[in-house]
Design a protein. Sequence first.
Length: 599
Amino acid sequence: MENDAGAGPPGCQALIDEALSLTDPAGEPYARRLSGYFAPTLKEDPAEAELASHRLMIRAGLIRRLAGGIYTYLPAMLRSIRKLERIVRRALNSRGAQELLMPAVQPLELWQESGRDRKYGPELLRLKDRHGRDFAIGPTHEEVMTDIVRRDVRSFRDLPLNLYQFQTKFRDEIRPRFGLMRGREFIMKDAYSFDTDSESANASYRAMHEAYTEIFTRCGLRFASVEADSGAIGGSFSHEFMVLADSGENTLISCPSCGYAANQEKAELAGYPVARGEESPLARVHTPDQRHVPELAGFLGVPESSIIKSMLFVLEDGGPVLVLIPGDREINLVKLENALAGGRPRLAEPGEALAITGAPPGFVTPVGVRIPVAADRGVEGMLAGVVGTGEEGWHYTGARPGRDFRVDSYHDLALSAAGDPCPRCGGPVEVRKGIEVGHVFKLGTRYSEAMGARVALADGTEAPIFMGCYGIGIGRTIAASVEQSHDKDGIVWPMPLAPFEAALLPLQTQNPAVMGAAARLFRDLAALGVETVLDDRDERPGLKFKDADLLGLPLRVTVSERSVARGECELRERATGKVTMLPLETAAAAIRELRDRAL
């Protein structure tokens, strides 16, 4: 933003300097002049930005891209980050957690101890020091934290223990995108709990779940806590905290009847309507050029749910497996990985499928195959399904599992969809979109057993420590807030996360009366602890209003020749557009009261 400050009457600069000198208990200034503040706004949308949050955070001067998935946080963004960190600290410290700071660079041997060096794959950024020793840039810190505790925690008397940090992480995403939503380098708050047994570990888990609920509530976010898959972190169960937004990458399944909620990857399917059909003999039918389920269903005059999709997967640490699922359903890869031993499954390439099964794409058949066959439970009750024959242009009708082809195991493998029965109460579920901002895991003894973190118990025996881990994406939470709350003009900050709480706009900076009134109000707001940025640039009012809407601070206070003549200023609330005229003498107190109600 330009450095062209306006003039003012004698004493005006002294009032502004007084405001600028006031700081909060953490030493952060309450007030800033926009003319000297590094917040380079852009008039046009950046070409690389796809999501609104990415576009607006660049345009509003919050972040700048250094490399793919790597961003610099500019001063206004850093203020929001520090606010979120304070909210997190308050919630964790009140529950007995203690803050520390671990190194970002980790010896690779710790990852080899836990066995995660292979599981994390290429997302783990590896490097060697000058002596040829192997290290990694930490994407997470379970191994390091376990190593710290196993060295110094010896007795049950040292537990329970909860340690946390704010740390820069690095995950070498293959396709970083959406700004801070899927970056490679990011700030995370990660906490780790240590207990003597499963029961006390459950209590620690509940306390952290409660803390996260408090944190995201205090941030002013609309969110949901949902059951989730533990993924590469591991453990027995976990919950994700999702900020609700239509643009979210994650799909949430929830039941309005009983309150059940889960990430779509985790959501259980207790059953769903299946086209069983009437039992009939297996028949070979000519189906020229019918490769896709909708086309084939229309050609045969059958519902899509009666077609059995046969998909060939190759396991990372195993051989091929044929997976069967009803034609109107999508495969859940997380469920598939959890159901099958052998590591991460990938869909076979067309050439691989042909080499393994002898069938072209779209016509792979379970009939007579000699490789393992796994099926979704929706296939189990079919009496007359449609499957490929292994020959292009031909399908079998009347196919029945168990009679016409072998199935080695049945699993819940399908993605849940709107209207499916709730696995808890049977009522219809709903589908919403969300952005994952936090994840809590009950790890159990997954890491302590692998890395030898044990304590002496009261009865004299030794046992592995029960662990939990709890993460919050700090920058991602800020971005999710922007994604959830914005409009065509810019960001709409919730008060707790806004870089500043109020924007003060004197419209005629060359008018001594206007600048004098603005300077007094600027000083009074800062003295009352209202975080305020003074737009003292000598610019036309339209540009000032446009920049204020783009940055989206919760309160906009305008001082103009007309309002000063009446002894007033104009207060506009960004979220609602509500406009109130306030007497200049009492405006600061009224603004602080409005701020306090929003915090």
